[in-house]
Ligand binder design. Structure first.
Ligand code: GLC
Length: 477
């Protein structure tokens, strides 16, 4: 199948979070199965990869009464997957991906898609759109009378591309907003995501647990009625990670490489990490690591509430790497200043340090309020750091408490800092039983979180979307 991904991020060209890892590693996995994936991405000012001109190819798109030219460039992911980059300096020229005027930016991006598909003669069998930034694509395809199976994947329901009445009329969206939405559908709120949910042939999200959670008011972010309306075509597929990229036996960023048969070598990474963090270098002190966007979703407030008690009630060290809300930056930095022997904080995105944390810490903490999938826990397991997670979304689908059969981590249920602390303390206790702990590390390192299984599930979804699309427009007027 020729599969066309439409996305705002793809690693390594443009990355803010896990979305980027998933679009590129899923494309790679699909190509390994013999499919022909390609991607369309905006050409942000920060994309410095060498690009080729796509000879003589440009398209004109009008938005808010202005006709704009976009030029098409091309590059490849891992030298093998074509990525078409949409170039227009007014809309995409700035370095950041998510900007103040992102609504206009991604409205414009999605408007270019039908024109690009025709201009480049792409003839995709499947169009696969990722997250709100691309959620208007099915609408524009219908408008352009391009009938192609379309999948919409929700990576995070909390970001919807919401706007107000003013934007609706200024952008010209008001004339098409209801055009293809059946009268029986619940009223949709003003955001890009709702159109993707209603107009795609199939909606997926990135884990089975999150797929059922988002049908409830607690996790539905106000879109639960729409999602319930589409629940027969809503699927949850857990993400994989790229096993070539994340491999402790070959990872060039590590102090020392190792695998499940040589876990003792891992100590060198722990010592290097402690050195880098200016924490006492001691292999017998448990080290808890965290690599995360520093956003509300990720449970940073739980962590902040727990800090003082963590210091008193455990002997563990804590290292945090991430970037996000200014408010959290300040409070985390203050905690590190207060407990310099125990806590180390890096406000940054730093791939090298991230790898050292996965390979050098004993435990990996993810106390998320909600978590569509989460990739950190899977990377951590592959690198032998034991996950301590809250039971939600993809964390619930990939981490099972050691108290259960085949347990692989430490799990707490409610979003409460005392519960989190209790899970950390159980992990600490277990850490002091060396051979038990090492068995757990070896067990986790051998688990398979590659795309092997999940990419096959997407294959099934694509086939199903072709049927849905051919056997009548379930949801069109
Ligand atoms: C978003 C979600 C995260 C998920 C990732 C990739 O970043 O917050 O849970 O793993 O997308 O799907």
């Amino acid at each position: 199948m020729r599969i066309l991904f439409i996305a705002s991020e793809a690693f390594p060209l443009a990355k803010v979070g896990g979305l980027a890892d998933v679009t590129s590693s899923l494309a790679i996995a699909l190509q390994d199965f013999g499919h022909e994936p390609c991607l369309i991405l905006p050409k942000y000012g920060s994309i410095k990869a060498p690009v080729q001109d796509v000879q003589g190819k440009s398209v004109a798109v009008s938005l808010m009464g202005h006709s704009e030219q976009v030029a098409l460039k091309m590059t490849r992911l891992k030298k093998r997957i074509p990525v078409y980059l949409v170039e227009n300096d007014d809309y995409f020229g700035t370095e950041e991906i998510y900007t103040r005027d992102e609504l206009k930016r991604f409205l414009f991006f999605s408007l270019t898609i039908p024109a690009i598909i025709s201009r480049l003669n792409l003839h995709p069998d499947i169009i696969h759109c990722h997250d709100w930034h691309t959620a208007l694509t099915p609408l524009w395809l219908k408008k352009a009378k391009i009938k192609l199976p379309c999948i919409f994947t929700i990576h995070n329901l909390a970001y919807q591309g919401s706007f107000d009445q003013q934007f609706l009329s200024d952008s010209g969206l008001s004339s098409v907003w209801q055009e293809y939405i059946p009268v029986s559908a619940p009223r949709s709120s003003l955001n890009f995501m709702s159109q993707g949910i209603l107009l795609a042939d199939i909606v997926t999200t990135v884990s089975p647990s999150y797929a059922s959670e988002i049908l409830t008011p607690q996790y539905g972010e106000g879109l639960e009625q729409l999602l319930n309306y589409r629940r027969n075509e809503l699927y949850g597929i857990v993400n994989g990670i790229d096993y070539d990229e994340y491999n402790p036996a070959t990872d060039p960023y590590l102090e020392r490489n190792y695998d499940s048969t040589t876990i003792n070598r891992r100590s060198d990474n722990k010592l290097a990490l402690q050195r880098k963090c200016r924490l006492p270098q001691d292999l017998d002190t448990p080290l808890v690591g965290m690599v995360s966007r520093l956003e509300e979703q990720k449970g940073i407030d739980l962590l902040l509430q727990a800090v003082d008690q963590f210091i008193v009630e455990t002997r563990a060290q804590l290292v945090i790497l991430g970037h996000g809300r200014e408010h959290y930056h300040k409070l985390l930095a203050a905690a590190a200043l207060k407990y310099p022997e125990r806590i180390s904080v890096f406000i940054a995105t730093d791939e090298r340090l991230a790898r050292l944390i996965y390979s050098g810490s004993d435990m990996f903490l993810m106390p998320s309020r909600f978590e569509p999938c989460g990739l950190g826990q899977m990377i951590a397991m592959r690198y032998g750091a034991i996950p301590v997670v809250r039971h939600t979304g993809g964390l619930a689908d990939t981490v099972r408490d050691v108290a259960e059969a085949n347990g692989n981590g430490f799990v707490f249920q409610s979003y409460a800092f005392l519960d989190m602390l209790e899970a950390i303390k159980r992990a600490e206790e277990s850490f002091y039983h060396r051979s038990e702990w090492q068995n757990l590390m070896r067990h986790n390192m051998k688990l398979d979180f590659s795309w092997k299984v999940s990419a096959r599930k997407y294959e099934q979804i694509y086939l199903r979307a072709r049927n849905v699309c051919q056997t009548g427009d379930i949801i069109q007027k």
